[in-house]
Design a protein around this ligand. Structure first.
Ligand SMILES: NC(=O)c1ccc[n+]([C@@H]2O[C@H](COP(=O)([O-])OP(=O)(O)OC[C@H]3O[C@@H](n4cnc5c(N)ncnc54)[C@H](OP(=O)(O)O)[C@@H]3O)[C@@H](O)[C@H]2O)c1
Length: 287
């Protein structure tokens, strides 16, 4: 068992840190809004530190899960300066590959390991300890040791390449989801206009080639027009902006992703920034 610090106890971070505690690691948590850290300790025990620097002191692994590139840079700069040589920083934030490569270089200069490790599976996956973790790391041995810790909240944790590869894999994930959700939105509204029963349609075609996680879990709520749950549109727009930036760098074309991003912009203009990503259908239901 290891000494682990967890920085950022949001929707994702708090349950992930909880699984580390249940797995028997010695945990120190830090959250910018201190009340959340105290709440976490009241539920799980262990200890909270008032600053990120104090939280990482003596830790073998430092996991972080914050918001965007800016937040990662802000929190990591404090953590890296205070971490003990030989320790590993693991960033679970969905951020750019550029920030991951920068952090890997900074960590290497301080004799620290670094793994970019964005996750998929949402709040439910974090709570159930069933996340998919996509990793980039420059050293196989660092990844192998870190994977054992991450598996406390993962059902899959895989090394995809050097630093940045976890983030680029997460981009592929988001690109695929954007396209699937637009197709599903069009299918759901078409089915409604054709007078079909959505439950029956989903029960039938989800078993065939059109089946997807989104179809099984979202088609019914899309038909009802309920979106007050799940993965927020504002997070998706942050992720799609990262994808579109990286695509420019790679000279890769993402015409559908760019279009869906514009659709999400319209959802935000309708007041839907906290709605689930399946709210793309709202634009078709209420043109
Ligand atoms: N929610 C999902 O379903 C989901 C799924 C997959 C991936 N993700 C990704 O996971 C990351 C976290 O998502 P979340 O839903 O857990 O977000 P969240 O609930 O908003 O939590 C964000 C956490 O980061 C902290 N934070 C943000 N900026 C900070 C800064 N500059 N300095 C220090 N702390 C800072 C926040 O502290 P405060 O409490 O003080 O605000 C909070 O603890 C995001 O990159 C998101 O895209 C989310």
């Amino acid at each position: 068992m290891s000494r682990v610090a967890f920085l950022g106890l949001g929707v994702m971070g708090a349950p992930m840190a909880g699984h580390l505690a249940s797995a028997g690691h010695e945990i120190t948590v830090y959250n910018r809004t201190a009340a959340k850290a105290l709440e976490w300790v009241a539920e799980h025990g262990h200890r909270a530190a008032p600053t990120a620097a104090e939280a990482v002191e003596g830790a073998e692994y430092v996991m972080m899960c914050v918001g965007n590139d800016h937040d990662v840079r802000e929190v990591a700069s404090v953590a890296v300066a205070a971490m003990q040589p030989g320790a590993t920083l693991v960033d679970h934030t969905t951020a750019s590959a550029t920030v991951a490569r920068e952090l890997a270089a900074e960590c290497a200069a301080g004799s620290l390991g670094f793994v970019d490790a964005p996750v998929s599976g949402g709040q439910a996956g974090a709570q159930n300890g069933q996340l998919t973790v996509m990793c980039g790391c420059n050293e196989q041995s660092v990844f192998d040791a870190t994977r054992d810790v991450i598996m406390a909240y993962a059902r899959e944790c895989r090394l995809l390449g050097p630093a940045g590869a976890g983030q680029t894999t997460k981009m592929v994930n988001q690109i695929c989801i954007a396209g699937v959700l637009q197709g599903l939105s069009e299918g759901v509204v078409f089915a409604q206009k054709a007078g079909l029963d959505i439950d029956e349609v989903v029960a039938t075609i989800s078993k065939g080639a059109a089946g997807s996680w989104q179809m099984e879990n979202r088609a019914r709520t899309m038909a009802e027009g309920t979106f007050d749950f799940g993965f927020a549109v504002e997070w998706m727009r942050k992720d799609l902006a990262i994808c579109l930036d990286e695509a420019e760098r790679l000279d890769a074309r993402l015409p559908l992703t760019a279009l869906v991003d514009q659709f999400y912009k319209q959802v935000v203009e309708r007041g839907g920034k906290r709605w689930d990503t399946s709210s793309l259908v709202h634009l078709l239901q209420n043109p």
